[in-house]
Design a protein around this ligand. Structure first.
Ligand SMILES: [Zn+2]
Length: 283
């Protein structure tokens, strides 16, 4: 690994199927065609991380843990940090507080049972903790989550809070640390660059520039990946242009970008990067 600085960045992975995207309205048949690939896709990403000697946090969807318990056990046995990505990939602001609590609690218990350790990190689907659902932070803290990584500090299609603090910070609503995905400010405009469709769309040299800019100030970048975004063989569905863009754009080059990132920067799980500033995960 060629490191350009001593800053450890945070690498996160949302473990889900491609059909879990909330902006696609897929039929049961289409979901079936895209599904059943998460184990292989996640193993591919794990191989890249291991080959590069890098670590990360895997936010696992409750549904995926239920269907593929061996995958969770293997991630835990491989020493990766596990977080929860909700149960069924429903948008938090579309849920009632009671149902969010019940299904999150059940998914957390399942993940902890499979992993054999406490799960203290949470990421909501599609950045859906917004002004409409900040109540979720209080529920998460009461449930024992120590950090959240659900507030995108920019406006996105389904979520995001444009004025939210873009740096890692303690929330006012509850005793919980927020670990937002990285953005870059261009004048008054905030652009996410650090994962998902943004990472697939933006040129590698721009992403590298943004990470270096943060690292020069001693700030870790927070990257997020979906295993299916490295799947060149993802079945092609007949969708409108928006759906095709969201699902398939640059799938053939995403893995190269991830390999470049892993070769150039140092990455670790959330708890490891934050261990000096906040004691999140015990000894
Ligand atoms: Zn997701």
């Amino acid at each position: 690994m060629v490191q350009v600085n001593n800053v450890k960045n945070i690498l996160t992975v949302d473990v889900e199927e491609a059909f879990h995207r909330n902006d696609l309205h897929l039929s049961r048949r289409q979901r079936g065609l895209l599904g059943g690939r998460v184990v292989e896709q996640t193993e591919r990403l794990v191989s890249l991380l291991r080959a590069a000697g890098q670590g990360g946090t895997f936010f696992v969807l409750g549904e995926v843990a239920e269907q593929y318990p061996k995958l969770v056990k293997q991630l835990a046995a491989d020493g990766f940090e596990l977080g929860l990505h909700g149960y069924g990939h429903r948008l938090v602001y579309e849920q009632q507080e009671g149902e969010f609590l019940r299904e999150t609690q059940a998914a957390k218990a399942l993940l902890e049972k499979l992993a054999g350790r406490e799960v203290v990190g949470f990421r909501a689907p599609s950045w859906s903790i917004t002004q409409r659902s900040f109540w979720a932070l209080r529920i998460l803290a009461a449930m024992g989550f120590r950090y959240d990584s659900s507030i995108l500090p920019a406006k996105a299609c389904l979520g995001g809070v444009n004025r939210s603090n873009p740096l890692i910070h303690r929330r006012a609503e509850a005793d919980i640390i927020e670990v937002p995905p990285s953005i870059v400010s261009i004048g008054r405009f905030r652009l996410p660059f650090s994962g998902g469709l943004y990472l697939r769309t933006l040129p590698y040299r721009f992403i590298r520039h943004c990470i270096r800019r943060l690292n020069k100030k001693g700030i870790p970048a927070v990257i997020y990946l979906h295993p299916w975004e490295l799947d060149r063989e993802l079945p092609r569905l007949e969708l409108g242009w928006k759906g095709r863009y969201a699902l398939y754009y640059n799938l053939d080059t995403a893995q190269t970008k991830v390999e470049q990132l892993l070769a150039e920067f140092s990455f670790a799980p959330v708890c490891e990067v934050l261990k000096d500033a906040y004691s999140l995960c015990g000894p």
